[in-house]
Design a protein around this ligand. Sequence first.
Ligand SMILES: [Mn+2]
Length: 312
Amino acid sequence: MIAEIIKKIEEYETIIIHRHESPDPDALGSQGGLAELVKTNYPHKSVLVTGEDEPSLAFLGEMDGVHDRLYEQALVIVCDTANTERISDQRYTNGNYLIKIDHHPNEEPYGDLVWVDTNASSTSEMIVRLYEQAKEEQKWELSEVAAYLLYAGIVGDTGRFRFTNTTPRTFAAAATLLTKEIDTTELYTKMYTKPLRLVRFQGDVLQQFELTEVGAGYGYITQKQLKERDVTITESSAVVNAVADIEGIKAWVFFVENEDGTYRVRLRSKAPVINDIAMEHNGGGHALAAGAKAADFEETEQIIAQLQAKCS
Ligand SMILES: [Mn+2]
């Protein structure tokens, strides 16, 4: 499979690389990392990256403006994207040949060539594997920029090598990348930095967070708190994971107050299944991470009682 992909890369003079919408470090890292690899090893080829800009991750590279006519003779590669609907820049079908490279479940095997490995921590890890093979057979070289981007992708999808998707192959890939000079301190600062107003906001919310004796946690995020600290509802979601390491916590819920007095409900768990609670309250999701709605304060109290029962 990897050999086939390398062959296609060698065949085409124009290569356009896509990834998913609302990109994360793995989407941008695998996209940009692959682009840099091809540029380094085939300097005469025209290699372009496309998709919407993500200002908060601008340190992982800028997109190219790709003219429509460039697609006619192009090899198109889509990284880190399970479904065609989520591909950023829907012109991906306009190319001459299409390759999918991804580590999510292969729900939609689009493309002329599909390389999906759900055991890979990240698409960036897969690109490192592609590089390793091309290094053996085609004498590819790895630039510092490519190493930086791919490392960022692996770090992002493994939560700095903490998540269970981290395998010996992940560390082998990281080791390969670290043979290049990567300023990991600087990278982590850029990836995990947050504005002071958001930290203060988290402080406000955590002060009010409650944990019951059976390990059920609950907290409220009010409109007043959001406005006081100038925090958007999307930004506020970071606080939901901030309580995960509290000693004794089994499952928890945050209620985010909407302008109209209703609540968005965010449920998380370490073991008890909680998406059935979400389903009872106009929501759903995964067994250990779900979302719902509460019409008023009374309904939030019902949800806390249900969560309490789950943890008992
Ligand atoms: Mn990914």
